[in-house]
Write a new protein. Structure first.
Length: 129
């Protein structure tokens, strides 16, 4: 972006210098016209070169921005895949925990039912005896 700021200044300075030189330098009309033609060509070439440099600089900046964006997208995808995997692992772990706890509760209930059944039988047996 420094190039953008320096191009107008360089062109203005060069033009001003050329005009002052033409005004104060005594020459024949044909010499002055030749000099104006040569200077015009020089300025046109300088302008083309400056524009070319500007285009190259902008192209490089755009390439860098594109590369940065591409890297950010890759990084984001990677983080998403990692987070997805971690969530899946946690869900599977939770599923195993819930399944285990359900099985343990089922077994505890069976034991309690057996104890209650035994207590009921004992109470019934005591009343009939």
């Amino acid at each position: 972006m420094k190039i953008l700021k320096s191009i107008p200044s360089a062109l203005i300075g060069a033009t001003a210098g050329a005009l002052i030189g033409l005004i104060f330098a005594p020459r024949k009309g044909s010499e002055t016209r030749d000099m104006i033609s040569k200077k015009s060509n020089d300025y046109a070439n300088d302008a083309k070169e400056s524009i070319s440099d500007l285009y190259y600089g902008i192209s490089e900046e755009l390439k860098d921005v594109k590369d940065d964006a591409s890297n950010l997208i890759k990084e984001g995808k990677s983080k998403f895949v990692n987070a997805k995997g971690e969530i899946k692992n946690r869900m599977e772990g939770t599923k195993r925990d819930v399944s285990r706890q359900t099985q343990e509760a089922k077994e505890d209930l069976k034991e309690m039912a057996q104890e209650v059944k035994g207590d009921v039988k004992d109470q019934a047996h005591k009343k009939t005896s």
